[in-house]
Structures are given as C-alpha cells and as structure tokens.
Design a protein around this ligand. Structure first.
Ligand code: F6R
Length: 259
C-alpha cells in the first residue's frame, strides 16, 4: 500500500517533497520529473526554488501530466503556460527539456503516441508528482479510465470543469477535452508522490488509499504501485480509517528509508 504522510500544512508538504526531489537531483542530475499542474503541487514548486539554488539542473527533464485540448498555448491557464510560469522559469530549467502534451487540434491523433515515445526515450519518469480530483481522478483520468491506459484524449467530467472554473472567467470557458497521461503511463513512474489538501479531497484520498482498487476511483491505482507516497494535510486525511497507524509508522520510520 501507499505510505501516508500526514502533515500540518501545505508548507510542510512542500518541504518534504522538495527535499526528496532535491536529494535525487543531487544524486543524478539527469532525473526525470513528472509534473502536475493545478493548485496542489504549488507548495512543492515553491519549496524547490531555494533547494535547487546552486544545484545543476541543466540536464533535469520534466513531463507534464496533461493539457487542455484546443486551448491557445499562450492562454495563461494552458498547462504549457502554467508549467513555464510555475516550474521552468522559477527553477531555471531548460525549456527544451520540459514537455507538456500537445493539445493543439492539428495532429491531436498522434499527440498521445508521440508523448509516450518521448517519455520512454527519456528513460521514464523517476518521480511523479500527482494531485487528485474531487472525483478521484489522477492526471485527467476520469472515473472509468482503464488502468492500462496511455496518453490519450479524454472528456472532462462536469465536476472537473466546475472545479477548474476558478482558473477561468467562467465554467463555460473550461475546455471539455484534455490530453492526459494514462493510468498505465503514471504507474510506470519509479516513485509516485500524490499530494492532497483540504476537506474537499478527504473522500477521494480515503478511496484512493483504503478503498477498493477500481477504475471508478482512478486514484486507487496507486495501491498497485510498489513505491507510492501520499502526502496530505489533516483535513484531507480526515476520512482515513487508519490515520493513527500512518502517523505512528511515519514517526518511527527508519531514516535510511528516505521518502
Ligand atoms: C493536474 C492534474 C489533476 C489535478 C487535480 C487536482 O495536472 O492532472 O489531476 O491534480 O485536478 O487539482 P487541484 O490541485 O487544482 O485541486
């Protein structure tokens, strides 16, 4: 099962995950990161700024999880723009080494395959950062997504469009389609780190960590991963049946194990 780390707040979550990323980048500057967008990973990217100062990031590679289909790449809420603004620029990464799925309509039939090939050619993702949707999606793999799925076009649920309306002028401006790494793609990452904050995520987190493994709650796929870490604040942990055990296990974790 996933290791669950219950933290005080988003800053502590960001620090724990950023420490681990900085550690693996120092060990191997050619690390490949899987990058989530949305609100959840922002404390990690924020905490990484200080930790990567003075560290050689020239060879670091990144692959975003997803992109809206048909959105103007220059739109401030396209994930291409978000990754540039929140990750590439502040961390001083080489923009040519950080990819976002191509959501433009021209060539969309091949965009998934191309993306999969690029991830494989880069040697696969070493550490994948994930958020989780209130409906249990990871990436934009909405309920019902195959556990074997690879990068492809999906239709967003109305729930996800409403959840993401805060980034746009209105829900009507949220695209209906996306291109997302599949659950099969995500599961190939060597280490999965899923973060969640706030009571709104509590049911999805409990389902993903402790519920049945089911395509109806795509986040539950992480139970099949050999190295998955879930970092949650108290509110997001509030529906976990075994929260006390997770606290106890983390407090007594041997230091040599790392995250
Ligand atoms: C983003 C992504 C999504 C988000 C999820 C949670 O790249 O793939 O799975 O992680 O929708 O979004 P936030 O973090 O905004 O609550």
């Amino acid at each position: 099962m996933a290791e669950v780390v219950i933290v005080r707040d988003q800053a502590e979550a960001g620090a724990i995950v950023a420490d681990e990323i900085a550690r693996i980048v120092r060990l191997d500057p050619r690390v490949v990161l899987g990058l989530a967008t949305g609100s959840t990973p922002l404390p990690v990217y924020e905490a990484l700024r200080a930790r990567l100062t003075g560290v050689d990031v020239s060879q670091l590679r990144g692959f975003a999880l997803d992109e809206y289909v048909g959105i103007d790449p220059a739109h401030p809420e396209s994930y291409r723009a978000v990754i540039a603004r929140e990750v590439v620029e502040p961390l001083g990464l080489d923009p040519a080494r950080v990819r976002v799925p191509d959501g433009s309509l021209a060539g969309i039939e091949h965009a998934g395959e191309d993306y999969e090939r690029a991830i494989v050619e880069a040697g696969g993702v070493d550490l994948q950062i994930l958020g989780i949707g209130t409906d249990g999606h990871i990436g934009f793999n909405e309920p019902g997504s195959s556990f074997a799925s690879l990068t492809r076009v999906k239709t967003l649920t109305e729930q996800t469009r409403e959840d993401n309306a805060r980034f746009f002028d209105s829900v009507h401006d949220v695209p209906r389609h996306c291109i997302t790494q599949g659950l099969g793609t995500i599961m190939r990452a060597r280490h999965i780190v899923l973060l969640a904050f706030g009571a709104g995520k509590a049911e999805a987190v409990a389902g993903a960590v402790e519920g049945p493994v089911t395509a109806s709650l795509p986040g539950s796929a992480i139970q099949l991963h050999p190295h998955a870490t879930v970092v949650v604040d108290e509110s997001a942990a509030s529906a976990l049946a075994h929260a006390d055990y997770y606290r106890y296990a983390f407090a007594n974790k041997p230091e040599w194990q790392g995250l």
